[in-house]
Ligand binder design. Structure first.
Ligand SMILES: [Zn+2]
Length: 410
């Protein structure tokens, strides 16, 4: 029987030849399909060809980034995970962008520092302000250290930037204690030999009056006291006659809530200091040495602390360091050395002007024989100072505490 088998039938193939031909056709079709997929898919999805090949490569051969991350595991860099985390911006406790560093900000940061650095940081109250706020001191470093450095900030109300800077430097010291070095010693080694006592805000009532006005007072008697000083300053013509209470507090106020200047209330050359004779926004020395509760608490703390080796009193402004209290002998040369050490690390000028009398540094140097300098941070024409300069001040003073610690242990 004749069958129309078509052209192929003219050259009949064996069964094995047909299977081989089918395999070749199948292989060619599969290859063509894959080639079309490779070329057309990126075009259809908007993906670049190189990106597509990267993606393909990653599916088959793994992602190179995984290998990089593994290379940076903490164990291999010699840093603990905690240390690494502290170097990230998000974990900074003292916020340098805070426009007005308040008493509440400081309280929150003290609690956070104590939680994050329990081995090297603790704090407690050493008294109360006129309006009833707690006065805090911090212990940074070895509680049993042979030496002690005292740093006091926030003494003058409108100079509250000093509290902000002091708290930021406390954190910086702690965060870098095992890494940073001064004079060949790590900051942790310095803190083992010299404990840092920090009083970050000696005048919390004044700071809050300056930042938030008369509504910040906690007690009626405090409001009466502040309003009385305001009326007195108006009567004496010490301030413009049309200044409102809150503007007065914001741009002038330096004193505590009873109108005593805490840096004119110490028992050194107190009798001879007679610049202002009644409670005032500034420069009133008080009814007697240590009459202000804040000064009494500070002096009592210092008397009870045992030997203190050196003192930094942090104020604003001028980028300068006052050191001359009229002292003589070895404490004069020691105080000058401390001032020069501070100037060397900050770039601040060494000030040749004599201190005003009855200040904390006068008392430390002249009565207690301890090197003590006044460090004036920041620059500005009028108060309140522009707080946007805080990050810059923190940067230029970032080795200040370590330099003072090294001055003590050297
Ligand atoms: Zn001051």
């Amino acid at each position: 029987m004749a069958l129309d088998m078509g052209a192929d039938d003219e050259n009949p193939l064996s069964a094995s030849q047909r299977r081989n031909r089918m395999r070749r056709r199948l292989t060619i079709r599969c290859f063509a399909f894959l080639l079309a997929a490779v070329i057309l898919l990126p075009a259809l999805t908007g993906c670049s060809l190189s990106g597509y090949f990267d993606w393909l490569g990653n599916q088959f051969f793994g992602n190179g980034e995984t290998q990089d991350t593994t290379d940076r595991l903490p164990e291999e860099t010699g840093q603990s995970e905690t240390e690494q985390n502290k170097t990230t911006v998000d974990d900074v406790i003292v916020d340098l962008t805070d426009s007005a560093y308040s008493y509440a900000d400081m309280q929150a940061d003290l609690a956070m520092l104590a939680a994050c650095y329990p081995d090297r940081f603790s704090y407690e109250s050493f008294g109360q302000s006129f309006d009833g706020r707690q006065l805090y001191w911090c212990r940074i470093g070895n509680p049993d250290a042979q030496h002690k450095l005292l740093v006091v900030a926030g003494m003058h109300a409108r100079e509250y930037i000093s509290s902000h800077v002091a708290m930021a430097q406390a954190e910086f010291l702690l965060a870098n204690a095992d890494k940073a070095k001064t004079g060949g010693m790590t900051w942790g080694e310095l803190l083992d030999e010299c404990v840092l006592y920090l009083v970050p805000m000696l005048n919390p009532d004044g700071v809050m009056l300056c930042q938030e006005g008369i509504s910040s007072v906690l007690n009626e008697k405090t409001e009466e006291s502040v309003m009385s000083v305001y009326r007195s300053d108006l009567d004496y013509g010490l301030v413009p006659s049309d200044v409102t209470i809150n503007t007065y507090l914001r741009i002038f106020w330096k004193a505590n809530a009873e109108g005593t200047d805490l840096n004119r209330n110490y028992d050194a050359l107190w009798s001879s200091y007679r610049k202002i004779l009644q409670p005032c926004f500034s420069n009133y020395k008080g009814s007697s040495p240590e009459s202000a509760p804040e000064t009494a608490a500070m002096s009592g703390f210092i008397r009870g602390a045992g030997t203190i080796d050196a003192v930094l009193s942090i104020h604003t402004q001028g980028r300068t360091v006052y050191w001359d209290c009229g002292q003589e002998g070895s404490v004069r040369s020691e105080t000058l050395s401390l001032a020069q050490a501070v100037c060397n690390v900050t770039g601040y000028s060494l000030n040749t002007t004599r201190n005003n009398d009855a200040s904390l540094t006068d008392w430390m140097v002249l009565v207690r024989g301890v090197p003590a300098v006044t460090v004036e941070v920041a620059v500005g024409e009028k108060y309140p100072l522009d707080t946007s300069q805080v990050p810059g001040i923190v940067e230029e003073t970032q080795t200040l505490f370590a330099a003072a610690l090294y001055f003590v242990v050297r």
